[in-house]
Design a protein around this ligand. Structure first.
Ligand code: ATP
Ligand code: SF4
Ligand code: MG
Length: 327
């Protein structure tokens, strides 16, 4: 199982008039081949900015201020836009969480696919068109030849999402990042899109990063998980272990805030909101909301500690506290 993507001590800040938003602040993780990874956390925790940084497509006023990114062991120089642009879409395909940003309403599906294909491969227009049809077939769009001539608004939400996935696949990426791929889709369509992602992963031997705030999706789709809180990694573990024995109070809180089909336990919402990232709390960023806070949590930033067994946690008190999922 080879290492595909390594993110080391990534910091991405937004330099706004109101101040510096420390959106991603010392985030590290690794994506291995064939090991679908989930990035989970509440809205505003830095999931999207993390992957946009890894692809080198953070836009102003955002900027990567430090950290290293490696793809298959090769460091990507984030200062060199050209190098990063080659990575974007080619090695890493990105399905945006905003369906309106991934497809242009003014052009047909065919024109858009053809254009992306031709930015990645030196092929004629006809060849680009034919490859577009193949991509639409690959993502399960019926009557692909006809659909190539449709405009995005002529398609249902589910079909548009399939086209967005086809577009992300155009460069034959080794890694597909699906950012909240099923938000705004109804339940049946959600299931179909997830099934498609699983099939593609297997058939194309492509690795997957799934971004979501839905722990149910994490359980269903991923083998490993990185829990982000307010721009920092709270915990990284295999999905199975995280669900069995969360080590970070925030991971436990996330797990306890989602409904479980197998038990009738009451949901415990996580109290409070995600902090302001211009002036985040001192020490552990989770301390204002944590049930286990002590003085040390307010004074010192907990390091992301390797706790063995390919697990890491950033909590001063992980050894002494007992976390339970509500039963
Ligand atoms: N262009 C921007 N200017 C200023 N701040 C930004 C900008 N883009 C993102 N941020 C800030 O960066 C932080 C992380 O945002 P990000 O979009 O990565 O969150 P997320 O985890 O993907 O949330 P969601 O689940 O809502 O998609 C947020 O505090 C957000 O306000
Ligand atoms: S470091 Fe302290 S405040 Fe932060 S999660 Fe651990 S116990 Fe809670
Ligand atoms: Mg996001």
């Amino acid at each position: 199982m080879g290492e595909l993507l390594r993110v080391e001590n990534l910091r991405t800040y937004f330099f706004t008039e109101a101040g510096v938003v420390k959106a991603v602040d010392d985030v590290s993780f690794v994506v291995n081949e064939g090991e679908p990874l989930g990035l989970v956390g509440e809205s505003g925790s830095g999931k999207t900015v993390t992957v946009l940084s890894a692809m080198g497509i953070v836009t102003k006023p955002g900027r990567i201020v430090s950290g290293k990114i490696f793809f298959r062991g090769q460091e990507l120089d984030h200062a060199s836009e050209n190098e990063m642009r080659k990575i974007r879409g080619k090695k890493i395909g990105y399905v945006s969480q905003d369906p309106n940003s991934s497809l242009d309403p003014l052009y047909t599906i065919g024109n858009q696919l053809q254009e992306v294909i031709r930015t990645h491969f030196e092929v004629s227009k006809d060849e680009g068109w034919d490859r577009g049809i193949k991509l639409l077939k690959l993502v399960g769009i019926p009557e692909a030849e006809t659909r190539m001539k449709s405009f995005p608004h002529e398609l249902s939400g589910g079909m548009r999402q399939r086209v967005a996935i086809a577009r992300a696949l155009a460069g034959e990426p080794e890694l597909l990042v699906a950012d909240e791929p099923t938000t705004n889709l109804d339940v049946t369509i959600q299931a179909q899109v997830l099934e498609l992602l699983k099939t593609l992963e297997k058939d194309l031997q492509m690795s997957l990063i799934l971004i979501t705030h839905d722990m149910g999706l994490i359980a269903e789709m991923t083998d490993r998980v990185v829990v982000l809180y307010a721009g920092k990694v709270a915990e990284e573990a295999s999905t199975h272990e995280l669900f069995q024995t969360p080590r970070h109070p925030y991971s436990a809180a996330l797990l306890n805030s989602v409904p479980r089909l197998d038990r009738k336990a009451a949901l415990v919402p996580i109290g409070g909101g995600i902090p302001n990232l211009i002036t985040p709390p001192n020490g552990c960023r989770f301390h204002p909301r944590c049930a286990f806070t002590k003085q040390v949590c307010m004074d010192q930033i907990p390091p992301l500690e390797d706790i063995g067994g390919r697990r890491a946690v950033s909590c001063h008190r992980w050894k002494e506290i007992e976390l339970r999922r509500n039963v």
